[in-house]
Design a protein around this ligand. Sequence first.
Ligand code: SAH
Ligand code: SF4
Length: 362
Amino acid sequence: MDVAKLESWLEENGEPKYRAAQIRQAVFKDHVSSYDEIATLPPALRQRLSRELPILSVSQDRLEISRDGRARKAVLRLADGRLIETVLLKPSPARLTTCISSQVGCAIRCSFCATGLMGFARSLSAEEIADQVLFWRQHIGCHGIEGSLTNVVYMGMGEPFNAYDAVAESLRRLTDQRQFAMAARRISVSTSGVAPKIARFGREFPQINLALSLHAAEDGLRAPLVPLNKAYPLKALAQALRDYLKATNRKIFLEYVMLQGRNDSPQNARALVRFAKSCGPLPLLHVNLIAYNAAVPGHAATPEPEIRRFQAALLKEGLAVTLRQNLGRDIHGACGQLLVSESQNVAAPAGRGAGAGSEGVR
Ligand code: SAH
Ligand code: SF4
């Protein structure tokens, strides 16, 4: 649903101005999934709109529901036939969170992430990004799911800051009162560390939450995990986070996937504390420890007692630390488990792919 496109289409076709408001109300408030449900529109107009401007730019290819019913994963087909995945999670009774994708595949190629192995096809458009949210709103309505969509996290497939313009436009749409009318503070964007975009994001979207996928606080350790660290090493990242804090004074979330024997030692914890202190006042930094979902051979999850020890070491130094809850593992809907490496998706798939579907940072 592209409101600007809709408005110019209506104007070109000689329709009165109030039609746009009628359609916006039906799509964003009543969550209709077809123009036929909009009784106030003349039948001929409904037919033409259905043919020429479908409400969604994506269509459901597959849907899976976890055994406990708290996670749903949809494979969505884009207009060019490529597939993406998006997840709906119910982390608590009062909350529905969606984890959305920003690209088909990812060019960053983090060593532990199956999306990275997939290679990269293309970035999504703003419409394709925001339509994932609209898809779930329609789904919630159609399936009588209790509650409404409260949170959105950009933690699916792809690096949001490598699709900056489309992501920025999608954020404007999600927070636009005439469209999705979502609260900015309930939206989070996660980046692997595209430093120049971090400060810009802070200036342009000071109310949206930022998560940085840190995973290691020593360059020698982080570069093999997150290859982007070679272009933007920790010093550049710390500077970007300081600029971000100056612009927003908002809390930053540091994501840390716990990988056995790689980044989970007491020394690694000390490095993380040092890094956090170099970025700003500790109350403005919040660490999320993520249990690794086995996705790429050669990487294993840190056992839970050791994760707890790592957490305790950080807490002792005054850092706020939470353990990320992973829902939907049984449908491969948790972090790094999304699987969409169909052959048409990317030019040269190097392995089975996965994105990340996680509970989010808030
Ligand atoms: N590209 C962005 C956003 C998508 S990934 C980023 O990297 O931040 C969202 C989160 O899931 C990141 O913190 C990422 O490191 C993590 N992740 C990726 N694969 C995972 C896996 N197999 N298990 C747990 N977390 C994973
Ligand atoms: Fe891309 Fe994020 Fe996966 Fe890294 S962790 S390959 S940046 S999706």
